[in-house]
Ligand binder design. Structure first.
Ligand SMILES: *Cc1c(COP(=O)(O)O)cnc(C)c1O
Length: 447
């Protein structure tokens, strides 16, 4: 395993109060130019990023525990990514794969087929965003099954396009006012161990969801069950063991397509290449995006060849899908994950998070649960000694972290989770420093 190389000193360093004067200037310009609907969780403007450090416009160095929402797992300037992007951009920026194809796209498709669960023959198509990948998985499933109904779960997040908004569960801020939404999308209960009846098994939770689906949608109408193996925006919800295999088996038994939306949990984030592997599930289709290309926009859907290939020529595609520079970045990111053993590093990060926060999570009256896998962990905040969601605590704690130069994100249907998504390359001492600041903020909020 090669040592991780950093360009910026991996050190938290605050030169001004946050946001500093340059960030405030940029915020004022932004207000006059950028749509108000596009919000930022952190009012600090980035100048340079590397490893676990965000250097802002005022020269402050912040600790990054968000990776731009699980995207820059290899860092935002991983040397292999930068090198391959530079080389690619000097050759051509675009041809459109549907016009003049190129090797990078083919190579990403080959690689992703070998990295996703299941030894069967696979085919892949590449797109730009996670939403687009999910939309295309639905298209493939509908052509394959000649059925319409798409089944999704409580707390799900699948994107912001019209179809994926129908599949996303949370109204504010994602859906409010944007309807009508695509039809033939049905929502059933998720396995949410923290909030389900005590002791409910994965199999029981699956039965609850599947019975409802059979009664309200009808077995012969279900084209696909689409699920995040670990829910992201919904609160880093890890379903009870047995839940995913039961859903996957139901699809096998009933001619439906099992789609794992691995856009957030995939690409080594949880300590395996894809989080479905934890349950030994081999999805018919996998969607991927966020971590795949070291920050460049690239997404895709990959799955069983006989299923993907039912779509007629020209039925899948898009002007920019599988852009050559983004493909080069993906090849650099995949190489980086392998060279630096970042899947194992994700498991090290989980250990460190548990060491730093485990006992506090047990003892604090406002922490309901510490959960997740690998470098995808969250704390669910509750009103003292209850299970009632406590969004105020999560917001207050995230704000307090930011004041001290730690970028941390919230999530969850109830807005009451703080999620930890550090770059997998983060220096471990820097990670511990960030977690200790976070722990102090929790203690202050819970006092
Ligand atoms: C982020 C996300 C999406 C949407 O991806 P975009 O690139 O923002 O369109 C879809 N599914 C999951 C699980 C996600 O986390």
């Amino acid at each position: 395993m090669a040592d991780i190389e950093y360009r910026l000193e991996q050190k938290r360093d605050l030169k001004t109060a946050l946001p500093g004067p340059k960030s405030q200037e940029l915020a004022a310009r932004r207000e006059k130019a950028v749509a108000a609907g596009v919000a930022s969780s952190v009012p600090v403007y980035a100048d340079e990023l590397d490893g676990g450090i965000i250097k802002d416009a005022d020269g402050n160095q912040l600790i990054d525990l968000g990776s731009g929402i699980a995207v820059t797992s290899v860092g935002a300037t991983a040397p292999k990514v930068v090198e391959k992007v530079r080389e690619a951009v000097g050759k051509f920026t675009h041809t459109c794969f549907m016009v003049t194809p190129y090797e990078g796209y083919v190579e990403v498709a080959e690689k992703i087929a070998s990295l996703t669960p299941g030894a069967f023959d696979k085919r892949a198509a590449l797109f730009n965003s996670g939403s687009e990948a999910v939309e295309n998985a639905v298209k493939i499933a509908r052509v394959h099954t000649k059925r319409n109904a798409i089944v999704v779960f409580d707390h799900a997040y699948h994107g912001r396009t019209n179809l994926t908004l129908a599949m996303t569960s949370k109204v504010m801020p994602y859906k409010q006012g944007f309807g009508p939404f695509a039809n033939e999308v049905y929502r059933v209960p998720m396995s949410y161990p923290f909030r389900d009846p005590e002791g409910m098994t994965g199999e029981e939770a699956a039965k609850r969801a599947l019975t409802l689906m059979e009664k309200q949608v009808g077995v012969e109408n279900v084209a696909a069950i689409v699920i995040e193996p670990i829910q992201g925006e919904g609160g880093f919800i890890v379903p009870a063991p047995g839940f995913l295999p039961a859903l996957s088996q139901w699809c096998k038994d009933n001619g439906a397509v099992f789609v794992a939306d691995e856009v957030q949990a995939g690409v080594a984030r949880t300590g395996k290449w894809f989080s479905s592997e934890y349950e030994g599930v081999e999805p018919d289709l996998v969607t991927f995006a966020k971590g795949i290309a070291g920050g460049m926009p690239l997404s895709g859907v990959v799955g069983r060849a006989e299923l993907v290939n039912v779509v007629h020529g020209g039925g899948l595609g898009g002007t920019y899908g599988g852009n050559p520079v983004a493909c080069a970045a993906a090849l650099g990111a995949i190489e980086t994950i392998e060279d630096w053993n970042l899947a194992d590093r994700a498991l090290e990060i989980e250990k460190i998070i548990k060491q730093e926060l485990g006992s506090l999570a047990e003892s604090s009256p406002i922490v309901g649960e510490l959960r997740g896998r690998g470098a995808m962990m969250a704390l669910e905040f509750v009103k003292p000694r209850s299970k009632e969601p406590n969004a105020d605590a999560a917001q207050q704690i995230a704000a307090k972290c930011l004041e001290q130069g730690v970028v941390i994100l919230t999530c969850g249907t109830f807005g009451n989770n703080v999620r930890l998504l550090p770059p997998l390359v983060i220096d471990f001492d820097l990670l511990r420093e960030g977690l200790r600041i976070f722990a102090k903020a929790i203690e202050a909020a819970g006092a």
